[in-house]
Design a binder for this molecule. Sequence first.
Ligand SMILES: [Fe+2]
Length: 305
Amino acid sequence: MTDTAQSQQAQRGKQEEAHLILPAAEVDAGTLRFATADDTERALCIGAFNVAVPEDLDVRAGLDFCRTFYKPGTGDPADRHRGHREHGHPASKLGYEDRPDQVEQLQLESFLWQEYLPDEVTAVLRRMRQLTLDVLYGVFDAAWVPEADRDLITGGAPQDTGLCYTTVNHYRAGLSDRAGIVEHSDSGFITTICTDQPGYEILHEGHWLPVRERPGHFTVNLGDAFRVLTRKLPRPVTAVYHRVPELRPDAGVPDRSSFTVYMGPRYDMPLYQYDTEGRLREYQSFRDFSVEKAGKLGYDFHSRV
Ligand SMILES: [Fe+2]
């Protein structure tokens, strides 16, 4: 092998190394399965993994909506595809937000999807919510969180009486000198993410690493509520620190789109934590925790919550 070929190969090897490949799982008849026990361990340790998109779930309506929700309304009140910048979403405590990074986003609680979103988007999100619940309970199993405690901890996630919402993201590559999305951990238990292009990075062992896309899979993030809950248990869960760096406009490539389904405690509930003897304790109100976190990161907490 010539010196040049050798250095090219070394370079390629380096590029390979500089990516993170997440463990992969699937949900089979409602049960989360990783290929190996080691993958389960890695998923809890990284705080992120891939989960296969179920065969009966077509994500296209969700991604299409990411490309229209911010456009001016047509004047037709029945058209829920556009006009969400101006809408106001009075029934929601979340709603539209023009963030200081490249993202503009729409966040809506699950009980409002039908009212505010196109029917085909609501259908996608409901299926994704079921998947997210199955995955959440699979991670509870993996982290040895007793079944009897899960309703209390989640505020009744299976009955959808906890906090479940979607976030629909438009990454405005035309806005320069700002991050795609600033580094953060998610606050709840779990977020399932569907995206149409790379960009997602994870802080792993002190280094920011781009995550290799796994076609046909969602990315799942585990968040602060899980970290707090399991910190003193034998198998603690990491709240993954993640970001998207600044995206550059690229002729012929549409802006990055992503949409997510999030599950966490309601803001009127406590975060819980197991002590070293495995007893469940109230840790802090989730609202206080969220306000404190927003203060540390220098952003305003939702004014309506
Ligand atoms: Fe996030």
